[in-house]
Design a protein around this ligand. Structure first.
Ligand code: SF4
Length: 432
């Protein structure tokens, strides 16, 4: 029986208990959230090493880091190092987005290395295999797509990203919109290419019940992605994007009726003044399903700094109600991220998530900041460094940019505001 079905029957599972303990809420709160579809707990029956987490309304905002084999020079060992770096930096989930090479082994390595939920985009592999087998991905048989989806589920993948709502109608709408960057979703563009070449409706939409059957069998959470994800600010919230979101709302309802947990993957690029509207629209059309946003990126011109661009977008999205942030690295739009850029991407996304949680009024987030404020006032460096979101980096800077002659830091030296306050205004040390 799937986790959603159990929640609907009033059963509190060990996974719900675990999430409740992590989030400091009652197990019944989690059960009700799962039953209503506002919370998902991605945990495939076959992913033995997983420590379940909850994603959704009323819970800490989570972040996901993506790794994978891209191009001819991709090496599994290098990607495994990125996984370890992302986990050390505090990612809550991982996505293996491999498009080439030994995709099966990469996925198994990811699942074995991770106690966090793992997501994949199986159509990437179906495209790659069809390309090798037939010389062109458009010659792929729809059955082969479903075989790869089930292969990923059987291996233990916890959430599957699928473009089930990218229908022929949506494609027709996109043609009329006069987009600047018509399609930027890798899975979406190949799927649409296949649909047009074969003059067929999207099999993932036409045979959605089959997708649900696989998801239910392995307790996989669906992460339905938008093929019409805008790739530049000018295309944000156009008719094609909104039409696909309407269909996604329909598929959310059918997934819940079928006992399958579901979240929605969203944009992408959008201007800052579209963030609240985009999240509100998703929440309304998809009946409160958790929103997994890619960034979003608030400007198109931040190449080299898109992790900062995405962190601003992620913080505002989280404030507006998004619950899951897909990280963006400084290499976005330019190349494959290095190990260090993976770390920077995770930290930037975690700052965004935390800022969103503060704005959402999450008690634990406020307590963390309050403790840091007290440690600053008390010039308690040990505690400040412990509380820093990235203690390692904070320690490095403290060590290399200070002489160690003062209890203050090198910034204001003997004019340290904290020391002056302690000496002349209030000598009481605070603790919380
Ligand atoms: S010296 Fe300035 S920056 Fe450093 S701790 Fe004191 S007030 Fe803060």
């Amino acid at each position: 029986m799937s986790l959603l079905t159990k929640a609907l029957e009033g059963i509190i599972t060990p996974e719900m208990d675990q999430v409740a303990a992590q989030e400091n809420v009652s197990p019944e709160f989690i059960r009700q959230g799962v039953a209503a579809g506002r919370i998902v707990i991605p945990c495939n029956f076959h992913h033995k090493t997983i420590v379940p987490i909850g994603i959704g309304n009323g819970l800490r905002t989570k972040v996901s880091a993506s790794i994978g084999l891209y191009g001819n020079n991709a090496v599994i060992d290098e990607e495994v190092k990125k996984i370890k770096t992302a986990l050390t930096a505090g990612t809550d989930a991982l996505m293996d987005l491999s498009v080439s090479g030994d995709i099966d082994t990469m996925r198994k390595e990811t699942l074995n290395s991770a106690s966090v939920p793992v997501g994949t985009l199986p159509v990437y592999q179906a495209i790659a295999e069809a390309g090798e087998k037939y010389g062109s991905s458009v010659k792929m048989d729809a059955e082969e797509m479903f075989e790869v989806i089930e292969r990923h589920a059987a291996d233990g993948v916890d959430f599957l990203a699928l473009h089930c709502a990218t229908t022929m109608d949506v494609v027709e709408r996109a043609k009329k919109e006069g987009r600047i960057d018509p399609l930027v979703s890798y899975g979406g563009v190949h799927l649409i290419g296949w649909m047009i070449a074969n003059q067929c409706e999207n099999p993932l939409y036409e045979q959605y019940d089959r997708v649900l059957e696989i998801a239910r069998k392995y307790n996989v959470t669906l992460s339905l992605a938008d093929g019409m994800r805008p790739g530049c600010l000018a295309d944000s919230l156009d008719g094609a994007q909104v039409q696909e979101l309407v269909i996604l709302g329909e598929l959310v309802r059918r997934a819940r009726e079928g006992g399958v947990q579901i979240m929605i993957k969203g944009p992408g690029h959008m201007p800052l003044d579209h963030v609240k509207a985009t999240v509100t629209l998703q929440k309304s059309l998809c009946k409160g399903a958790p929103y997994f946003v890619f960034g979003p990126l608030l400007t198109d011109i931040a190449a080299g700094y898109d992790h900062i661009n995405a962190a601003i977008g992620g913080a505002i999205s989280a404030w507006a109600g998004a619950e899951f942030l897909c990280y963006v690295t400084p290499a976005e739009h330019i190349g494959v991220p290095s190990i260090d850029q993976v770390r920077e991407g995770v930290i930037a996304a975690r700052i965004a998530a935390h800022a969103g949680d503060l704005a959402k009024g999450m008690k634990e987030a406020h307590q963390w900041d309050l403790e840091m404020s007290m440690a600053r006032k008390n010039l308690n460096w040990k505690r400040q460094l412990e509380l820093a979101l990235d203690p390692q980096r904070a320690k490095e800077i403290r060590k290399t940019r200070n002489s160690g002659e003062s209890s203050a830091c090198a910034m204001c030296g003997k004019y340290c505001a904290m020391e002056i306050v302690a000496k002349y205004l209030n000598t009481t040390k605070h603790s919380c």
